[in-house]
Design a binder for this molecule. Structure first.
Ligand code: PLP
Length: 331
């Protein structure tokens, strides 16, 4: 790092450090850590984990926090952390530059979290693999129950993955809770695995290991640009979405540095690192260019996702436990 300092800058050690838990894709996490470190001289230690896993880690470390800032991942577990006071209040001067949906995330959490990006849920599929097996791609949620998808579907495990929880919360909102769980039990027959990470299923689609994934549609774009045969579709009944979020961990020992990262991460320059690392969520700063490749949120039939309810501690915990008991335990 020392080689990159501008004249007069202090060595990194004098600027201190910052421990970031990152639930975005690892390429973006790394790019953000490098760019911030280069710009400020603050040494960034970054570890990448799924949204549910980071929440569990922050809770486990609450008496002796090791992390300072949680960057990225779906908004519901950030809201849950806020409610449980595992994250700290901070009113960034950058809030005025954000889209309403991102600021609302901050207001709803008493300023313990903030939206950094948005992305819609859908299906990824491998058109070559499906064509070889003579299977028509899915168009609607209800198609996922069809016998033609026997052992062809992957979704992540909602205990570790925020992506998978958004899927469950979405169909509960679309169908009502009892029909939604009936749906999940029916779909279970067609699921070949529930991997830990939210991006596991789309990567399995890209590698030709499974025909269909339940994923954020921007993740399908990433794989397609990586040269893999991947398409996406938004379910005909409508779909849910995430407000990818960022929070400062309560009791952080490097709170000043955490606030500095927080303000920086809300700037257009920092947010553009997403697209530069082939991540095509919609950025939360109104002035950050939306990448041309990003799925256009305004063209997608989105439900009015109830973030307050599905990000509440009791509801999120209850739905995940119910899924584990009634779906994951099935043969
Ligand atoms: N990676 C990308 C590209 C995402 O959009 C998200 C959601 O915010 C995640 C990872 C979150 O991962 P997980 O579902 O494992 O919590």
């Amino acid at each position: 790092m020392a080689a990159t300092f501008t004249l007069g800058a202090l060595p990194a050690a004098a600027q201190g450090s910052l421990n970031v838990y990152c639930s975005a894709q690892v390429e973006w996490c790394q790019a953000a850590a490098n760019a911030f470190q280069k710009e400020t001289g603050i040494r960034v230690n970054m570890s990448q984990k799924g949204s549910g896993e980071v929440l569990a880690q922050i809770r486990a470390e609450a008496q002796n926090p090791r992390g300072d800032l949680w960057f990225g991942g779906t908004g519901d577990p950030h809201l849950q952390a806020a409610e449980d006071k595992l994250t700290a209040e901070y009113r960034s001067p950058m809030l005025d530059q954000l889209h309403d949906w991102a600021r609302r995330q901050a207001e709803q959490s008493q300023f313990r979290t903030v939206g950094i990006y948005a992305g819609a849920m859908g299906f990824g599929y491998n058109p070559e693999l499906l064509a070889r097996r003579n299977i028509a791609p899915p168009a609607c949620w209800k198609d996922l129950l069809d016998a033609r998808f026997r052992n062809e579907i992957q979704m992540a495990n909602p205990q570790s993955s925020g992506t998978a929880y958004v899927m469950i919360a979405t169909i509960v909102q679309l169908m009502g809770e009892e029909p939604a769980f009936e749906f999940l039990r029916g779909m279970h027959r067609n699921v070949n695995a529930y991997p830990r990470s939210g991006t596991g299923p789309i990567k399995a689609v890209a590698r030709g290991e499974t025909g269909v994934s339940i994923s954020f549609v921007h993740d399908a774009v990433t794989e397609r640009l990586g040269g893999f045969p991947v398409q996406y579709v938004v379910p005909c009944e409508g779909t849910g979405y995430e407000i990818g979020s960022m929070s400062i961990i309560a009791g952080s020992r490097n709170e000043r540095n955490a606030r500095r990262f927080y303000d920086w991460a809300l700037t257009p320059a920092a947010q553009q690192l997403g697209a530069e690392t082939k991540q095509f969520q919609t950025p939360s700063n109104r002035s950050t260019p939306v990448p041309a490749e990003a799925p256009q949120m305004s063209q997608i039939r989105l439900i009015d996702y109830d973030f307050a309810r599905y990000g509440s501690s009791a509801e999120r915990r209850r739905l995940i436990e119910r899924w584990d008991r009634e779906v994951n335990s099935l043969p």
